[in-house]
Design a protein around this ligand. Structure first.
Ligand SMILES: NC(=O)C[C@H](N)C(=O)O
Length: 331
């Protein structure tokens, strides 16, 4: 029996052309799928969902993609989403949570240079995405880019121009595509569902701060009345200053108000060991919730997902610190 895949187009460089105002997505979905070279036992269908530079993608768009996949789940063996690279890692994370437990592969891909342009990487990325989805037995959400497949919650865009724009951070690559063949490199560990959501919902009312030397503490007053959850990108292993502009009372007051403060790190690799230094242990004492080796992109989506499920800070903490879709606990 033929395998059937749905290609969902959302825009991005891959579907872009030059305009007076710079590259913008405008390629029709039918035109885009003509660049695939499906084998004899593969059938492709296309859904023209949106045409956005991924800079314009927001949580409502993640929900729309997830809903389209859920609605068509029975009809297809897998889904390929063409997407801009700038926020692809956020979308991949969001779909990993929204579609948690989905028993078919969902692969996002895109390109650094538009389809049809000289030196484009789009055709090989499309072909690799199809190869991966057709050959692998893996389920869940992945990004395929520049010959590598990575788990959606672990992908990070690390380059603005080069073909190898994405890296799998703090987690092994799952497959390499070369010369028309898939070589599986890693089998993600089995996981059990930590919660029953069933509904596609996100609480977008979160805020993220990047700490810098000299950051004012006043911002916490605003956040206390405006945010349901806060993420702080700390220095190094989770530390934040407790001298002069002391951030700890702000974290404590948010925590006391039932607003989770998730502590991640500005450092891309190796996660955080928040108890290593006094500057980290004090953050935990003030209520900071360490995000371990999770990527910022994953934390943003996970916090929105968890907040839509519960407002109990203990449960939020527990869920945030449970590995979902392989997002934490590898390092
Ligand atoms: N390479 C790309 O796709 C970048 C583009 N700005 C986008 O994210 O839609």
């Amino acid at each position: 029996m033929n395998k059937k895949y749905l290609v969902i187009t959302t825009g991005g460089t891959i579907a872009s052309a030059a305009t007076e105002k710079g590259l913008a997505p405008n390629m029709a979905a039918d035109e885009l799928i003509a660049f695939f070279q499906p084998g004899p036992e593969v059938e492709l269908a296309v859904l023209d969902l949106m045409a956005k530079d991924s800079t314009n993608m927001q949580p409502e768009d993640w929900l729309l993609i997830a809903q389209s996949i859920q609605e068509q789940a029975e009809k297809y063996d897998g889904f390929i989403i063409t997407h801009g690279t700038d926020t692809m890692a956020y979308t991949a994370s969001a779909l990993s949570y929204l579609l948690y437990g989905f028993n078919k592969p969902v692969v996002l891909t895109g390109s650094q240079i538009p389809l049809g342009m000289q030196y484009t990487d789009a055709e090989s990325n499309l072909q690799d995405a199809l190869l991966f989805i057709n050959d692998t037995k893996l389920k869940g959400v992945f990004i395929v880019f520049n010959g590598l497949a990575m788990v959606g919650t672990r992908a990070v865009k690390t380059k603005t121009q080069s073909y190898d724009a994405f890296e799998s951070i703090n987690y092994p690559y799952v497959a390499r595509m070369m010369h028309g063949k898939v070589n599986q490199l890693y089998q993600p560990e089995p996981e059990t569902l930590p919660l029953q959501t069933g509904t596609l919902a996100l609480d977008t009312n979160i805020f993220m701060l990047k700490a810098f030397p000299g950051m004012t503490v006043d911002i916490f007053d605003y956040l206390k009345t405006h945010a349901h959850g806060v993420i702080i990108e700390s220095f190094g292993n989770g530390g934040l200053p407790f001298e002069r502009r002391n951030l700890l009372p702000g974290i404590q007051s948010l925590t006391d108000a039932g607003i989770p403060v998730v502590i991640t790190t500005q450092i891309l690799e190796e996660g955080q060991d928040i108890s290593l230094y006094e500057v980290g242990q004090r953050v935990v004492e003030a209520g900071g919730i360490t995000a371990g080796d999770m990527n910022t992109e994953a934390i943003v989506a996970k916090l929105m997902w968890v907040l839509a499920y519960t407002d109990d800070i203990d449960e939020i903490t527990k869920l945030l610190q449970t590995s979902v879709a392989h997002d934490m606990g590898f390092v």
